[in-house]
Write a protein that binds this ligand. Structure first.
Ligand code: SF4
Length: 352
């Protein structure tokens, strides 16, 4: 089950409804540094991102973003705080705007942004962040899910007052329980798509775990339409982890799922090396493929039944199993090479 939400369109990427859950990230250079920002956008594109967000902090960033948009392979979301004139200016060329209408200075400013977005059918993401809540909500509810929800509803109402409904919402906190509660409790109250994420999640190890728990929980409950895994300074890793969370929560059917045994005292091969080779060789495969790599035959046959293609190592030899049928028994030094060929053939067959 997935919550049915209103569908919006960000530069050709559909978000919400029954659209695939998209993955996005954010560049970390100054946006006025066109060369560095474009270099990061290209890295994200090749890593498999669907969308990218760039901060607009001053007028030079607006000029830079205009140039970046011309060359970007990904739709661009402009991230703006406080200054509505920046939002109006970039609305001429970007694909969406992230801004909180509650902090841009009153109804006339909100109307100016809404009018600029309506002219080009641009969606607006309301980005509620637990660390920068409006004073009235923080004073009344503290830094709680309730405060985040009230802030989101308030910001939504400001846009709806101008008959604007191409909205996405995020509710980010830096801790897992607050984030999950906020998204979960807001979900039945609005029809708009959710951008999932944690904020200030930390470095690779911890951010991956926190994101897997928070985003994985929400995705399993059918919540979420687009997402970002925030990892300090690791663009490609953000996309890799996000895709893995989507795949392991059953929300993305494409790509390779590798099942490998943890190894134990029965192991009679260099399984760690074998898994790394298989992982490297299959990382760009888009077709859905379950691959099992097992260190001995104790569990291999059972795992192979659930895999499209499996390899099981024995003492000096091993076997390759495709769709439950043994297709080769070979010496260990020939096994991996043949396995990679069999994987390629399987992918070709699927494409055909
Ligand atoms: S598959 Fe074999 S080697 Fe791997 S953990 Fe299980 S028993 Fe050990």
């Amino acid at each position: 089950m997935r919550y049915k939400t209103k569908q919006i369109n960000v530069g050709g990427v559909l978000i919400g409804g029954d659209a695939p859950i998209s993955v996005q990230s954010m560049t970390y250079s100054k946006t006025r540094d066109v060369k560095s920002t474009l270099e990061q956008i290209n890295r994200l594109y090749f890593a498999g991102a669907d969308l990218v967000r760039c901060a607009v902090f001053n007028k030079e960033d607006i000029t830079g973003l205009c140039e970046i948009k011309k060359q970007s392979p990904l739709p661009i979301i402009a991230d703006i705080h406080f200054n509505f004139t920046y939002a109006v200016a970039v609305a001429d060329f970007v694909d969406a705007i992230r801004i909180n209408p509650g902090n841009i200075g009153g109804k006339a400013h909100i109307k100016a942004v809404v009018d600029a977005c309506k002219k080009r059918n641009l969606p607006i993401r309301i980005g509620v962040n637990c660390g920068s809540l409006e004073k009235q909500f923080e004073e009344r509810y503290g830094r709680t899910p309730e405060a985040m929800i009230q802030s989101a509803l308030y910001n939504v109402s400001l846009l709806e007052d101008f008959d604007f409904s191409d909205i996405a919402i995020s509710l980010k906190a830096s801790d897992v329980p607050t984030t999950v509660k906020a998204y979960r409790q807001l979900r039945p109250l609005v029809k708009y798509p959710f951008h999932l994420g944690l904020t200030e999640a930390g470095t690779k190890f911890h951010a991956s775990i926190k994101s897997a728990i928070a985003l994985g929980t929400l995705l399993l409950e059918g919540i979420g339409d687009t997402m970002r895994v925030s990892i300090t300074g690791e663009l490609e890793e953000e996309i890799k982890v996000a895709r893995a969370i989507l795949q392991d929560s059953g929300r993305q059917k494409s790509g390779v799922n590798i099942i490998s045994c943890p190894t134990c005292g029965r192991l009679q091969s260099d399984l760690v090396k074998a898994v790394k080779i298989v992982e490297e060789h299959t990382k760009n495969i888009k077709e859905p493929l379950n691959i099992s790599v097992m260190g001995c035959i104790v569990n291999a046959l059972g795992e192979a039944k659930g895999a499209d293609i499996a390899i099981a190592f024995g003492k000096e030899n091993g076997m390759i199993i495709k769709h439950g049928e043994i297709v080769a028994r070979l010496a260990q030094d020939e096994l991996i090479e043949r396995f990679l060929i069999e994987i390629e053939e399987e992918v070709k067959a699927r494409k055909a």
